[in-house]
Design a protein around this ligand. Structure first.
Ligand code: ADP
Ligand code: MG
Length: 277
């Protein structure tokens, strides 16, 4: 009797898994090629992804899905769409001098996008290990990157740009103070420059800013590292200047105990020997 019941349970489980696979296919088959499907299945069979749920964001180059892990945790699955010539052009500035990319023949879009996905995973890992508040990286395969989901019940947390108008000045100051610390860790600890930092790549979750979208982040020795750093900090200063009284750069300096915020970061980058702290 017990054995029969065990068999029945096993069949139920198998049927359940098949149903899940069919659902998964239904969600994605129209959108993804067989290579992408292969990578999704690979992550499924490794036990990383249990169920792929709805689309969270459909960008030009990548789609982000809400997914569930085997033990019910929420996951974000970022899938890079097939790399077009336009994609290659747009990332050119970030990959110059990078041997991982230079050896990829110009027609090999798939390898390019796999390398780009791996770069985002590695950057996330490095940032996470340096104590920067980023989604925890979970796994990657091919053009599919799995990370911690920021949000609840499949609803993603808002971006800073979407939420700022609803927040009072004091809270915006708190967020900026926190961001100043995060950016300092990115540059001085992880030795990276985000290179696409703005109110569009910061999410607000659990009352704190989280930094996302890090595929393009570059190492200190990248030829444009200084240019990217100035642009990143400039974007943050510009955005916050319409929400808080006074110069955001002063608040950022105060947050980490230096006189010149950008000057301090540049010193970390090793481009200007001067540090006013
Ligand atoms: N870990 C995550 N949890 C929840 N939503 C996310 C997560 N990462 C990204 N998103 C959502 O997906 C959107 C696109 O992700 P992003 O990494 O910025 O890619 P891109 O801007 O290149 O399309 C974000 O603006 C955000 O709304
Ligand atoms: Mg983005």
């Amino acid at each position: 009797m017990a054995r029969r019941r065990a068999r029945w349970l096993k069949r139920q489980r198998e049927e359940e898994e098949r149903r899940k696979d069919r659902d998964l296919l239904k969600t994605v088959e129209e959108v993804f090629d067989s290579f992408t499907m292969g990578h999704i299945y690979r992550l499924e069979s490794k036990g990383v992804i249990w169920e792929l749920k709805g689309v969270v964001s459909a960008g030009k180059e990548a789609r982000v899905y809400w997914a569930k892990s085997k033990n019910g945790d929420d996951l974000a699955v970022k899938i890079y769409l097939s790399a077009t010539a336009e994609f290659r052009k747009s990332i050119k500035k970030y990959i110059i001098g990078d041997p991982r990319f230079e050896n990829i023949p110009s027609g090999n879009f798939r390898r390019l996008i796999y390398e780009w996905t791996r770069k985002e995973y590695r950057n996330l890992k490095r940032l996470h290990e340096s104590g920067v508040r980023v989604p925890r990286p979970v796994a990657y395969s091919g053009n599919v990157l799995v990370m911690e989901f920021l949000g609840e019940n499949g609803y993603r947390a808002p971006l800073l740009v979407e939420e700022a108008d609803n927040l009072d000045e004091q809270f915006m100051e708190e967020i900026l103070t926190d961001l100043a610390v995060q950016i300092e860790r990115i540059v001085c600890k992880a030795k990276l420059v985000h290179a696409d930092l703005s109110e569009y790549n910061i999410m607000l979750w659990m009352e704190k800013p989280w930094i996302i979208d890090v595929a393009q982040a570059v190492h200190h020795d990248h030829p444009y590292a200084l240019e990217f750093l100035e642009r990143d900090v400039g974007n943050i200063v510009d955005f916050f200047s319409s929400y808080i009284d006074g110069d955001p750069a002063d608040l950022m300096a105060k947050a980490i105990g230096v006189q010149d915020y950008l000057g301090h970061l540049k010193a970390c980058l090793g481009v200007e020997g001067q540090d006013f702290s």
